[in-house]
Design a protein around this ligand. Structure first.
Ligand code: GDP
Ligand code: IMO
Ligand code: MG
Length: 428
């Protein structure tokens, strides 16, 4: 089973980092294919805790070749901060490969991300402020700066000047900010160019050759299905394809090469930033999930909005990603609750919707229809096979599996690498 895509099935922070790290020990390559340092993945290995943003989580497994694919947007300063922090902790990052086609987050795009949000006021998206949206906008508008541009200063200057022509008009005349110079931008972008150079290659060729040789390649998504620019809760989304299709376009492999698509899903739901979230809990129960689940952002430190598991969203993720398996995470967080509601459908202005409403306004009005499940009180963090779980926890998982339409192949019962129940091998 050589090519496995791992995606988020909700609004992000499902535990993709832990899932990829677990596969990483058996993978030859781990490829990040979308997003940038808006992502924040926590991986816990024994007493060590790592926060990763731009680097694929597979980087923590010795022997793996981590790859930053063409679909990623790179803040080169952040990349080297992260690399240096890992080196300081003894992690070998020498195998890292970076696509020459990946786009760079220029400093003006960080500025534009922040001022645009401020300008939007109450209509803001609640972005991470890392320049992600403006950089993808430049890519689509064909004024982006790519990794390969760093190695020809003449071309780099021309491209930066072209991009700044328009952006300075916007910054000065609309946002009342100072103009940004070509010199300062080029200087910033070139700061780490020579350190980056040996890592830069045609990563599509490398990955395809690895697949030809029968190697195991894991494609790791940032963000998630409901934040996907096409399939998420637009406009409250990120600016890339975080769904499984993005693994192909964002790394340069064809869909026929993908063998398995794994959706990571939390036993409840969270969201960061603005946008609709039907099962959101604004009461003590939401606070219970936030505190017990440690639901605070790895990237921005923001409190995550918390709510019950939404089976409509999970089914939708199954459909738009073509999921073969779910990895269910954080089941342990629900321990101690007398009953656990699960959203099975929506009521939209008196009409029942079993599937995601096609119209954005309907989703904004959706009220969850809940089914209640009995909880459990036993500590489950030591469970390692399904039968170790209390009967009510087993029933909860089996009910989610039935409602969500795809088998729950792995169950997380704690943040640590080992705290996992494997029902079906994801690489088999
Ligand atoms: P990602 O962005 O999808 O990689 O997820 P994050 O790392 O942002 O958030 C997931 C958090 O849940 C991290 O702090 C993980 O260490 C933690 N985590 C992952 N799986 C489990 C689990 O099964 N149980 C518990 N209690 N924590 C988990
Ligand atoms: P991981 O990979 C959760 C959210 C932001 C905001 C929206 C757009 O850790 O799951 P952006 O800066 O991308 O333009 O912001 O997307 N967002 C995330 N939420 N987890 C993430 O990544 C996210 N990356 C972006 O909060 O609502
Ligand atoms: Mg995260």
């Amino acid at each position: 089973m050589p090519a496995v895509v791992v995606i988020g099935a909700q609004w992000g922070d499902e535990g993709k980092g832990k899932a990829t790290d677990q596969l990483g020990s058996r993978a030859d390559y781990v490829v990040k294919f979308n997003g940038g340092n808006n992502a924040g993945h926590t991986v816990v290995i024994g007493t060590e805790k790592y926060a990763l943003h731009l680097l694929p989580s597979g980087i923590l497994s010795p022997g793996v070749t981590p790859v930053i694919g063409n679909g990623v947007v790179i803040d080169i300063e952040v990349l080297f901060q992260e690399i240096d922090a890992l080196i300081a902790r003894g992690v070998d990052v020498s195998r890292l490969l970076v696509s020459s086609d990946a786009h760079l987050i220029a400093p003006y795009n960080r500025t534009l991300d922040k001022v645009t949000e401020r300008f939007l006021g109450s209509r803001k998206i609640g972005t991470t402020g890392r320049g992600i949206g403006p950089t993808y906008a430049d890519k689509i508008s064909r004024v982006g700066i790519r990794v390969q541009d760093l190695f020809d200063e003449n071309i780099l200057r021309q491209k930066v000047a072209g991009a700044l022509d328009q952006k300075n008009q916007l910054l000065v005349k609309v946002f009342n900010r100072r103009a940004i110079t070509v010199d300062e931008t080029v200087e910033n972008l070139l700061m780490f160019a020579e350190r980056l150079r040996p890592m830069v290659t045609d990563t599509s060729l490398v990955i395809n050759r690895a697949l030809d040789d029968g190697k195991i390649v894991v494609f790791e998504a940032g963000q998630a299905t409901m934040l996907d620019v096409d399939h998420g809760t637009y406009p409250f989304v990120t600016s890339s394809n975080a769904t499984a299709g993005g693994a192909c376009t964002g790394s340069g492999v064809g869909p026929t090469r993908i063998d398995r698509v794994v959706g990571v899903v939390k036993a409840y739901a969270t969201r960061v930033g603005e946008g609709p979230f039907p099962t959101e809990l604004l009461d003590d129960m939401g606070e219970f999930l936030r505190v017990t689940g440690g639901e605070y952002g790895v990237t921005t430190g923001r409190s995550r909005r918390c709510g019950w598991y939404d089976a409509v969203v999970a089914r939708y993720a199954g459909r738009v990603n073509g999921l073969t398996d779910f990895v269910l995470t954080k089941l342990d967080v629900l321990t101690g609750l007398p009953t656990i509601p699960v959203c099975v459908a929506y009521d939209v202005d008196g009409v029942r919707h079993d599937e995601m409403p096609a119209d954005q306004s309907d989703f904004h009005h959706a009220t969850p229809i809940y089914e209640e499940f009995d909880g459990w009180t036993e500590d489950i963090t030591g469970a390692r096979v399904f039968e170790d779980l209390p009967l009510n926890a087993q029933n909860y998982v089996l009910a989610l599996e039935k409602m969500s339409g795809t088998r729950m192949s792995s169950i997380g019962v704690g943040p640590d690498r080992e705290a996992t129940i494997v029902r079906h091998d994801l690489l088999d």
